[in-house]
Design a protein around this ligand. Structure first.
Ligand SMILES: O=c1[nH]c(=O)n([C@H]2C[C@H](O)[C@@H](COP(=O)(O)O)O2)cc1CO
Length: 144
């Protein structure tokens, strides 16, 4: 199982620690192609010191194509994550978006409104529910 994890980078790194926790949990179910998104060493400049934007874009689109599932933490708004989700929809990927209402933010209608109960799922959650929500998600996939 190949997992593409999306999380904010240039949109802001406030949730980087939580991304790490989610990625660690996702690694129980498969290979996380985008582990770097959760790296505590990655700042809101992203990988600019080591890669061009074109390289980042083309590599990530290739990983997205390769992936079986897409899991996105969408609480911290990020243009890149929104773009990845749009591309993943076109590729008919199984998508899970995770949003924390405790942030006081309101999730974009373009994400919440894309929920279809089948390929595109949006879950409101709190941090202590990460394990349980991912377990349910992967169990459901097995039954598909
Ligand atoms: O350096 C990077 N590396 C990278 O893989 N990304 C991808 C993965 C993340 O899920 C998403 C974050 O987008 P943004 O930087 O607009 O918040 O884009 C984004 C950047 C910087 O935009």
């Amino acid at each position: 199982m190949k997992v593409y994890f999306c999380g904010s980078i240039r949109g802001g790194r406030d949730d980087a620690e939580l991304y790490q926790r989610i990625v660690r949990e996702l690694q129980r179910y498969g290979t996380v192609l985008t582990e770097h998104v959760s790296s505590p060493e990655l700042s809101d400049r992203g990988e600019e010191a080591s890669a061009t934007d074109r390289h980042i874009h083309d590599r990530d689109m290739e990983w997205l194509r390769e992936s079986d599932v897409v899991v996105a933490e969408v609480t911290q708004p990020s243009l890149g994550v929104g773009y990845e989700l749009g591309r993943a929809v076109t590729m008919k990927k199984n998508i899970l978006c995770l949003f924390r209402p405790s942030s006081g933010r309101s999730l974009s209608a373009m994400v919440r409104g894309a929920e279809d109960g089948r390929l595109f799922l949006v879950k409101d959650y709190s941090e202590e529910q990460v394990e349980e929500i991912l377990k349910d998600f992967f169990q459901r996939l097995d039954r598909k």
